[in-house]
Design a protein around this ligand. Structure first.
Ligand SMILES: [Zn+2]
Length: 438
């Protein structure tokens, strides 16, 4: 296969080049002009040719007891492919002991057989009570050099103790394992005494709970080093604080992820009749925090979606915020939404940065010889009208918005998944081991 006459994104620039693919890899990149003989030629005239996108933060088949998130691997990977995502990283269910790891891994591996796109996993711990080095060792032996932990949710026994957190970070310093942190201050949240309603939801997990916890964690990283990754940062103030006080750690010891919802939706949604459709944790923030988040886009390393949709009926079943399942679906429109705001500056945050931070590089995240032939053919001028999309949820939080810029086609390891907005893919997603050479 070859992709010809497109504007190919490499090293932060665009080049008029033709790309040749064989055996699922990129084998040749030459200036456009004379087209070499090839079985299948895809014309990319006036289009951008970008590396396949990586979403480092998705929840598929998330089981909350009464509720289960709407997307399984088949529907999640399909909606992702429409958004140009060719690799996503899901989370194993939380464990408290090493011996639980195998079962969680097997469960996900089984589910993921239905994936159209490539996938990887993060290990997750809740109220972890066991040997840290042992867990990281078996996780890494399984191709998973990342562990997620929570500083909150003590009420459901998720919170990590600070002693254990120190152990994870110390191990990370030795092994380069990435420690993912959901940072919200548990005491602040427990002490908030607000009504259990959608209108008061943001004040029940206020901005300050994130900002304080991020500062607390950053202070520990300054002392212990290691590799730490803040998932779903919601507040511009959190980013500003990290950039002002801990700049020397950024990109080396501390990495920052944010999500499209925090750039496009604000907590004012919670005052509307259908406010519960927008409930997620951490909550949407004020317009001021959102503006600051936009101003600090250059400090943010990656954009993940935290994709975890539910249906309208499920979101509207209860009035009490505590009973409503939290989560939104964003996979399909994440890139277009962010490209609409920031243009080319956003590309690395969907490709090179997540690939490097999450150890998918140079297999993924870059257009170069030897890398996987994963591509997005993107029309930067075409308007995209956002509808409910291809998720199994019956709504999308961005419905009826219009973005400039549309994913037209998506290619995974040399085979077309989405062709001019039509799905033509087959189920050939693979588990990607993320081995660290250290
Ligand atoms: Zn999440």
């Amino acid at each position: 296969m070859s992709l010809v006459n497109g504007s190919v994104y490499r090293n932060g620039n665009f080049y008029l080049e033709d790309i040749y693919i064989s055996d699922q890899k990129i084998t040749k990149i030459v200036p456009s002009g004379k087209i070499l003989p090839c079985k299948k030629i895809v014309d990319c005239t006036n289009k951008l040719v970008l590396p396949g996108f990586i979403d480092p933060h998705v929840h598929i088949n998330l089981d909350l007891g009464e509720f289960k998130s709407s997307d399984d691997y088949q529907s999640a990977s399909k909606t992702a492919a429409f958004g140009g995502i060719t690799t996503f990283i899901d989370f194993l269910d939380p464990i408290s002991y090493v011996h639980e790891f195998d079962a969680m891994l097997k469960k996900k591996q089984n589910e993921a057989k239905a994936s159209y796109i490539d996938y990887a996993f993060h290990t997750t711990v809740g109220n972890y009570n066991d040997d840290v080095d042992k867990l990281i060792k078996i996780s890494r032996e399984s191709g998973i050099p990342s562990v997620k932990l929570f500083t909150t949710y003590s009420e459901v026994n998720r919170k990590i103790s600070y002693t254990k957190f120190h152990e994870f970070l110390k191990n990370s310093r030795k092994t380069d394992t990435l420690i993912l942190v959901h940072a919200e201050n548990d005491e602040i949240i427990l002490n908030e005494n607000v009504e259990d309603t959608v209108e008061s939801y943001e004040s029940s997990r206020p901005a300050v709970s994130e900002i304080e916890e991020i500062e607390k964690i950053a202070r520990i990283v300054a002392e212990l080093k290691g590799r730490l990754y803040f998932v779903h940062v919601t507040c511009g103030s959190s980013i500003e604080l990290l950039n002002d006080k801990y700049r020397e750690l950024l990109g080396k010891n501390i990495f920052i992820e944010s999500c499209p919802q925090y750039f496009h939706l604000t907590k004012d949604m919670y005052d509307n009749d259908n406010g519960s459709l927008f409930l997620l944790a951490p909550p949407l923030r004020s317009l001021e925090e959102q503006e600051k988040l936009k101003e600090n886009i250059s400090v943010i390393d990656t954009i993940g979606t935290d994709h975890c949709p539910f249906t309208k009926e499920e979101k509207l079943r209860y009035k009490e915020a505590s009973k409503i399942p939290k989560g939104l679906g964003s996979l399909e429109f994440s890139f277009s939404l962010m490209y609409h705001l920031f243009g080319d500056e956003i590309i690395d945050k969907f490709t090179l940065n997540p690939a490097k931070i999450h150890n998918l590089f140079p297999k993924k995240g870059i257009i170069q010889i030897g890398s996987d032939a994963d591509f997005v053919i993107f029309d930067p001028k075409k308007a995209l009208f956002i509808n409910s999309g291809h998720s199994q949820s019956d709504y999308n939080p961005y419905e009826s918005m219009i973005t400039t810029g549309m994913v037209e086609s998506t290619i995974l390891r040399g085979e077309i998944l989405v062709k001019n907005r039509k799905f033509v893919g087959s189920m050939r997603g693979q588990f990607i081991r993320r081995d660290i050479r250290k």
